[in-house]
Design a protein around this ligand. Structure first.
Ligand code: GUN
Ligand code: ZN
Length: 432
């Protein structure tokens, strides 16, 4: 099959910028580079001067543009698209007032398809090619999401929200039902094309201990599936969990005792974790999704990123928009807010670390680090070609940046960069 070629400035990392004393040195940009895509995978990568496209092979040349891996949103609720920026509440009241009524509409398959399609198109418009997504407790909401993702050829993970208490009756799973519905959804969607299933208990307060345990068993029975839930986002929530689970050592212990920690577990937020909880995340290989626009918007708190990434017990951290508590689907804006959250704690977030979180961090959290999140030979060709300065004012700022770390930092603090093109890996029919 003919290769397709792409030419421009190509971003990669030479190492983990959280492990380096000079994080921005870990950023590499191959200027005037070229890559070839064959069967949906990156089949050649190097300086344009050394590339040898065969006669007739298409070469898309984007001089001045930056080519990056597709970005990864590790925590987002597609059904909350219509309630982004809802006024005036903190987490628990916000769930009651806005979230549950909004999610109740997703028993309607047509509504689910419409919202899912618009959501995925908006992710792509922001350079996001992979996400770990909460549907609602309705099976229809999950089928709709996966169908829309499949029709776009996207690598997406999603799951049915499990909840059997402390929410409106119309959203609750009947006894045992949520697990059985999840099992059927795994059979229907997990591993189909590029889709992955995520076992999704909403958070400890809305699942009975029995449902959490059953979710842990279901996850263990299906290796390769993910597990996502919320953890230590808000102080009132943490108090509530303590009163609901008085025998557990801490919030994370509620999940751990139910078999819900380990590689492939993605905990949203983790704003108020103790040292023991960070250690347990590290030991179990569980990941945290840092959702700065959400934590600021709901007044939840400041995620201690540098504490999480402490080099003697680093925790895997990814970035999440957490729409609809978050305020933007743009990972650039999310990175920019992550910088401010770090700054409010007297810390810095260099461009290399922020872009790492939105690419490699997300891939590692989802157990996909050998497939996505890098531009390297054999990786899936989910790629974004960025116009870093799409208007004269942004160009004026970008031209004052002296090197790639500065350009990437301006891109994340200004949020003006726009994808010129988003390429999605498309394996030839019949190839692995
Ligand atoms: N905790 C439980 N459910 C939710 C949700 O939908 N959004 C956020 N931000 N936190 C939650
Ligand atoms: Zn969330």
């Amino acid at each position: 099959m003919a290769k397709r070629w792409l030419r421009g400035n190509i971003l990669d990392f030479s190492g983990d910028p959280f492990l380096s004393d000079r994080p921005d040195d870990c950023l590499t940009v191959l200027e005037d580079g070229m890559l070839a895509i064959e069967d949906g995978l990156i089949a050649w990568l190097g300086p344009a001067a050394e590339a040898r496209p065969a006669p007739g092979e298409e070469v898309a040349h984007h001089p001045g543009a930056l080519i990056t891996p597709g970005l990864i949103d590790a925590h987002v609720h597609y059904p909350q698209s219509q309630m982004i920026g809802a006024f005036g509440e903190q987490l628990l009241e916000w769930l009651e007032t806005y979230t549950f009524p909004t999610e109740a509409k997703f028993r309607d398959a047509a509504h689910s398809r419409r919202v899912a399609g618009l959501f995925l198109d908006e992710l792509l418009r922001n350079g996001v090619t992979t996400a770990c997504v909460y549907a609602t407790s309705s099976v229809e909401s999950v089928d709709a999401f996966f169908a829309e993702a499949e029709s776009r050829g996207l690598r997406m993970a999603a799951g049915k929200v499990l909840m059997d208490r402390n929410a409106p009756a119309e959203l609750l799973d009947g006894p045992g039902m949520g697990i059985e519905e999840s099992r059927a959804l795994i059979a229907r969607w997990h591993g189909r094309g590029r889709l992955l299933y995520a076992v999704t208990p909403r958070f400890a307060p809305t699942s009975s201990p029995a449902q959490l345990k059953a979710a842990g068993r279901l996850w263990a029975e299906h290796p390769g599936t993910l597990m996502q839930t919320h953890l230590s986002e808000n102080l009132a929530e943490i108090d509530w969990v303590r009163s609901l689970f008085p025998d557990r050592a801490d919030y994370l212990d509620v999940y751990h005792q139910a078999g819900l920690t380990g590689r492939g577990a993605i905990f949203g937020h983790g704003v108020h974790l103790s040292e023991a909880e960070f250690c347990r995340c590290h030991q179990t290989g569980s990941a945290l999704a840092h959702c700065p626009t959400s934590n600021l918007f709901l007044g939840s708190g400041l995620f201690p990123l540098h504490e999480a990434k402490r080099r003697d017990r680093p925790v895997c951290v990814a970035l999440g928009s957490d729409i609809g508590a978050g305020t933007s689907l743009s990972p650039l804006r999310t990175m920019g807010e992550a910088y401010k959250v770090a700054a409010l704690q007297g810390r810095r977030l260099p461009a290399a670390q922020a872009w790492w979180l939105a690419t490699r961090g997300g891939a590692e959290a989802m157990g996909l680090e050998d497939r996505i999140g890098r531009i390297a030979l054999g990786y899936e060709a989910d790629l974004v070609v960025w116009d870093l300065a799409p208007n004269p004012f942004a160009r004026q700022r970008m031209e004052a940046a002296r090197n790639w770390p500065e350009r990437l930092f301006v891109a994340m603090t200004q949020g003006e960069a726009r994808p010129l093109e988003v390429l999605i890996s498309r394996p030839a029919p019949g190839s692995a």
